[in-house]
Ligand binder design. Structure first.
Ligand SMILES: [Zn+2]
Length: 430
């Protein structure tokens, strides 16, 4: 491939991705707006007209911000690549008097800082304009800034060592460096899994043991019934930042924890809490978590092999803003290869998004079925309706937008499935 052919292919892919994203966003806005004033029949008894209209307005507001962000991101990507941004960072860092690995670290940091800075106004607008307007925001500017600083620290502290290791291996581990980088990356992921619940998450929130009471007893019985050992049940002060609610599992092996948002516990009754947890438990028992880990491990190995190939192609650099820097058959610098690869990859993997979303929606329906079997389908339906209402999630997404992006099936489909399961025998329900 020639450099100009690759440039052309890349710019065409950026344009196609951008067009697809904007088209899907406009479809979603039109679809939701057209259904704003009428609650779908299946929900009419439980969700009021005002809540339904609020969900529509919230969805549209987020989509509009998303459109602006999509445009800005595409412009930034073009500037970094064919616009010569990474090439400029390369030239600047070449002149800094440090070892070549640290030059690469500085180059990658440059890309990260610029991207992060461009993303900040969007994050601010989302929190203090959109979330605020719809009554979800409980974050103060001070907390938002503290989170930002902590977030950077949490990114740098583990991110810097793994970057150094990867760059070193790219230079010194021979032709199969990508296999070694993959092994290092897997080890790093396991370390993060261990550190997340015990070290990282507590930096941002307070975790307290779930108080004794009816809910706790029901949950413990459910865990015992499903033969699931957890290292404790926790409540997290999610209400510190937002009114959105959730429940999740974290950690793995013996360090597994169950975490509930205080906002969720405040809103759901005991049956509903049990049903939501049964759904999460379904993800574990049906090995969804393990399957996802296996997929992402296989995918990262394939991507590293691709990076190893591209890193040795002169057209890869020359096509992305390095006019005359590329030497045939040699990496310009590992950091350059890494930066360009991470920038352009999402453009070419965009078409895989719907497949990943489809896979995830399949798992969600399976976890719902598991919950219907081990707890109550009716309680899960009630819990979902409350969560849709509280989170102002739209009940009427555009089918194509949903198929492309949504990790969870549309509300109407989930609830119709649960209704059909509610009639089925529930051998293990209490
Ligand atoms: Zn789920």
């Amino acid at each position: 491939m020639t450099a100009s052919a690759f440039s052309l292919l890349f710019v065409a892919a950026v344009a196609a991705t951008l067009a697809a994203r904007l088209w899907l966003a406009r479809r979603q806005i039109a679809h939701v707006t057209a259904r704003r004033d009428r609650v779908p029949e299946a929900f009419a008894a439980r969700i009021g007209a005002a809540a339904h209209a609020k969900a529509a307005d919230y969805t549209v507001a987020k989509q509009r911000l998303g459109i602006v962000e999509t445009l800005v991101d595409a412009a930034l990507l073009v500037l970094f690549t064919v616009g010569g941004g990474v090439a400029l960072l390369h030239a600047v860092t070449e002149r800094i008097d440090v070892s070549s690995i640290w030059r690469d670290v500085l180059l990658l940091a440059g890309v990260a800082v610029v991207s992060g800075a461009v993303g900040l106004p969007f994050s601010w607008w989302q929190t203090f304009r959109i979330e605020e307007r719809f009554g979800f925001n409980r974050t103060t500017l001070r907390l938002w800034l503290t989170d930002l600083v902590k977030g950077i620290a949490v990114g740098v502290v583990p991110g810097l060592p793994i970057t150094l290791v990867a760059l070193w291996l790219m230079l010194h581990a021979g032709a199969l460096w990508w296999v070694w980088v993959w092994l290092a990356w897997m080890g790093f992921q396991v370390l993060l899994l261990v550190l997340f619940p015990t070290v990282i998450a507590p930096l941002f929130n307070k975790f307290s043991p779930m108080p004794d009471g009816a809910a706790r007893q029901r949950i413990e019985r459910l865990l015992a019934r499903c033969d699931f050992a957890a290292r404790g049940l926790f409540v997290v002060d999610g209400s510190k930042r937002s009114g959105h609610g959730n429940a999740y599992f974290t950690g793995f092996g013996r360090a597994r924890r169950v975490v509930f948002f205080d906002t969720l516990l405040a809103r759901l009754d005991v049956d509903e809490v049990e049903a939501v947890l049964a759904h999460e438990l379904g993800h574990f028992k049906l090995r969804h978590v393990g399957k996802r880990v296996a997929w992402s491990a296989a995918l990262s190995l394939a991507l590293l092999a691709l990076l190893a190939f591209l890193a040795n192609q002169p057209w890869f650099y020359a096509g992305l803003g390095f006019a005359d820097a590329a030497v045939p058959g040699a990496m310009v610098r590992p950091g350059v290869a890494l930066a360009l690869f991470m920038l352009v990859l999402p453009v070419f993997t965009f078409v895989l998004g719907p497949l990943a979303a489809l896979y995830s929606r399949k798992h969600e329906l399976e976890a719902d079925a598991f919950a219907a079997q081990h707890a109550s389908a009716a309680a899960l339906t009630h819990a979902l309706v409350k969560m849709y209402e509280d989170n102002a999630s739209t009940l009427t997404p555009d089918p194509l937008h949903s198929a492309f992006y949504d990790s969870h099936p549309p509300a109407a489909l989930r609830i119709a499935r649960l209704a059909s399961l509610a009639g089925a025998p529930q051998p293990q329900a209490a």
